[in-house]
Design a protein around this ligand. Structure first.
Ligand SMILES: NC(=O)c1ccc[n+]([C@@H]2O[C@H](COP(=O)([O-])OP(=O)(O)OC[C@H]3O[C@@H](n4cnc5c(N)ncnc54)[C@H](OP(=O)(O)O)[C@@H]3O)[C@@H](O)[C@H]2O)c1
Length: 323
């Protein structure tokens, strides 16, 4: 099969190449998926560049997320799954068969049926961003009826944090850096969109709520003062990104707010919580509660450029199309 792959870490244009490799077979408990789209996330370029180095077999096909059709089931898997349209999550976690190839092989629970009417593009956008958003929202209990602040609501995680929070019955405020991102966040369904670079952002957020149950935080270093100014004993500030410099922790201000800090890294979330995320995301898909961000398409031959686009902060979802 044709696959994008690398066998050492480095710049995308130097280490990613497209070549023929053996087509994988589904082992016991696995399914093989004929990929249609491979979704690219920041974690993919961080793994490839060595920013977050991991173990590598003789080569690594990149990308965790994607959508496609099951064309082979391994021993112990219900044969009726063959032909099913699916979305994939964590395909490249501890395995070489990422989604940037004509076929990927994953444990069957990591190929999730796509509800009828859900596009391949949305399917390829879900894994890392929507599952991270789900964990950030729900690690500390239900949010029905609660107020939630999502920092960076036009980002991939931010987008699904808004939509899952709304689906789960919360009111949602979000912050963005400008008009285009503001429109995306409003379209995602946020009840309030605030430009965090403008004066009065804190006051507008305070007018919206004095009782945020969650802050889903993409940049704790930049936003800790704002978050603490809004925090109450009920608030959990949940950080999922190491964007920007680490904050100096203002211990007295944290004590005064009686607030809680939580950190999320998808790779270490316990399996039952990952399975809950999958189930809630498919429930949201069936209800029509989730939508795509703008899609940027690259053919497999330009996989390196696709990763570079994400590295450079593309607004929307970058996908690689499989021939
Ligand atoms: N912990 C995990 O398991 C996990 C999972 C997924 C992603 N991540 C990490 O999370 C980060 C975001 O991922 P993504 O896929 O959502 O990326 P993305 O689509 O590029 O979105 C990032 C968003 O954050 C916004 N942002 C940056 N600084 C901000 C600030 N100070 N206040 C508010 N918004 C701010 C950006 O917009 P502006 O700069 O224009 O404001 C952008 O819209 C990446 O570093 C990624 O590696 C971690």
């Amino acid at each position: 099969m044709k696959a994008a792959l690398y066998d050492r870490m480095g710049n995308a244009s130097e280490v990613i190449r497209v070549q023929e490799v053996e087509t994988p077979e589904a082992g016991p408990g696995e399914v093989r998926v004929r990929m249609r789209l491979s979704g690219v996330n920041p974690t993919d370029w961080k793994s490839r560049s060595g920013v977050t180095p991991g173990r590598m077999d003789s080569f690594q096909i990149p990308h965790h997320d994607g959508s496609g059709v099951i064309d082979q089931v391994g021993q112990g898997v219900d044969p009726s799954r063959a032909g099913q349209r699916v979305w994939l999550w964590m395909a490249a976690s501890g395995r070489r068969w990422g989604t940037a190839a004509e076929w990927s092989v994953v444990p069957e629970g990591q190929a999730v049926p796509l509800p009828a009417g859900t596009s391949d593009e949305l399917g390829a956008s879900l894994g890392v961003p929507a599952m991270t958003a789900h964990r950030c929202l729900l690690a500390d209990g239900p949010i029905a009826g609660a107020d939630v602040l999502v920092a960076g609501g036009a980002g991939a995680v931010g987008h699904f944090a808004i939509q899952l929070a709304k689906h789960l019955g919360a009111r949602v405020a979000t912050t963005v850096s400008g008009q285009e991102k503001g429109e995306l966040a409003a379209r995602a369904g946020a009840d309030l969109v605030v430009n965090y670079r403008e004066d009065g952002a804190l006051e507008r957020l305070r007018d919206f709520s004095t009782d945020f149950a969650r802050v889903v935080e993409v940049n704790l270093g930049a936003n800790l003062a704002l978050d603490l100014a809004l925090a109450t004993p009920r608030t959990v500030i949940v950080t999922y990104a190491a964007t920007g410099p680490d904050p100096n922790l203002p211990v007295r201000a944290c004590m005064t707010a009686n607030t809680s800090l939580r950190f999320v890294l998808l790779y270490g979330v316990p399996r039952p919580q990952l399975e809950l995320a999958v189930s809630d995301i498919n429930d949201a898909l069936r209800s029509g509660a989730l939508s795509e961000l703008p899609i940027h398409r690259f053919p497999l031959e330009r996989c390196a450029e696709a990763q570079m686009a994400v590295e450079e902060g593309a607004v929307g979802k970058v996908v690689v199309e499989l021939p």
